[in-house]
Ligand binder design. Structure first.
Ligand code: IDP
Ligand code: MG
Length: 143
């Protein structure tokens, strides 16, 4: 997900470009303002945290871009593309390490496990919105 700060800062293309160039395949994509209900489900694991309310207010404050991406080791690769949660600790070369300074404005979200991915995809997409296709470069990306 490109969070509202990424959309406002004009970084949608930058984020999507990094994902595409890495070789991951975008199979679903939408720009919209997510509802508080969706946001609370999405961040349910953080309901007890002191930053929960500000996180929900922020993530629902304007349009964000939700995506489903597929590929070999896609969860760990996506997390590395994004970088550490706190941009101070995010590696240079990652989205957060190159483009962000504050934990509460860290531009992107990515699921932290295949199980979380399934759960989160179901919050944001219906099955019919997810496309199955072969990318023309797959034989050059995968051995
Ligand atoms: P992640 O996005 O790297 O998976 P999580 O720990 O799952 O990080 O936290 C979800 C989001 O909540 C973070 O991306 C960040 O925007 C926000 N967040 C996490 N910890 C803090 C904090 O201590 N203060 C403010 N916001 C936080
Ligand atoms: Mg998380």
């Amino acid at each position: 997900m490109v969070k509202p700060d990424g959309v406002q800062r004009g970084l949608v293309g930058e984020v999507i470009g990094r994902i595409e160039r890495r070789g991951l395949k975008i199979v679903a994509l939408r720009l919209n303002t997510i509802s508080p209900e969706q946001a609370k489900k999405h961040y349910a694991e953080h309901v007890q945290k002191p930053f929960f309310k500000s996180l929900i207010d922020f993530i629902t404050s304007g349009p964000s871009v939700s995506m489903v991406v597929e590929g070999k080791n896609s969860v760990s690769v996506m997390r590395a593309i994004n970088g550490a949660t706190n941009p101070v600790n995010a590696a240079t070369g990652s989205i957060r390490g190159d483009l962000a300074l504050d934990t509460g404005r860290n531009i992107v979200h990515a699921s932290d496990s295949p199980e979380s991915a399934v759960r989160e995809i179901n919050i944001h997409f219906s099955d019919s919105e997810i496309s199955e296709y072969t990318r023309i470069d797959e034989t050059w990306v995968y051995e």
